[in-house]
Design a protein. Structure first.
Length: 125
């Protein structure tokens, strides 16, 4: 059986270089950090807004109710660091820093929302 050997032509190197250049530009667009709008933290209890705080200012507050939640804003993240509610799911959520995320304590009816310009992976119309 005979194999066909093809030789590179003059434009093959130019096409390969163009593909590599486009791949590099796409990688830069995807992986370089983007400047985003400031993120703020909104804390609701029973559907009512209690606090709106900037995410870039370290703060710690204790929110009462049926149970007690300690909300800590530190180094650009927000977390429930202590809770007296059963299960402590809000504590196990861990620190959050991206807009569009939230932390919820159902027993104490607390919702912590991070608002601002959300990081979007894809938009479908």
């Amino acid at each position: 059986m005979r194999t066909l050997a093809t030789k590179p032509r003059g434009w093959d190197a130019a096409v390969a270089a163009a593909i590599l250049l486009l791949a590099g530009a796409l990688a830069l667009l995807l992986f370089l950090p983007r400047a985003s709008a400031p993120v703020s933290v909104q804390i609701y209890q029973n559907g009512a807004l209690l606090y709106e705080l900037p995410l870039n200012v370290d703060t710690e507050l204790v929110i009462g109710g049926d149970y007690e939640n300690t909300v800590t804003i530190h180094d650009g993240t927000v977390a429930v660091t202590h809770a007296t509610c059963p299960g402590e799911d809000c504590v196990h959520t861990g620190p959050q820093s991206r807009a569009g995320r939230s932390i919820v304590c159902l027993p104490n009816r607390i919702e912590i929302r991070l608002v601002g310009e959300a990081d979007v992976d894809i938009v479908v119309h």
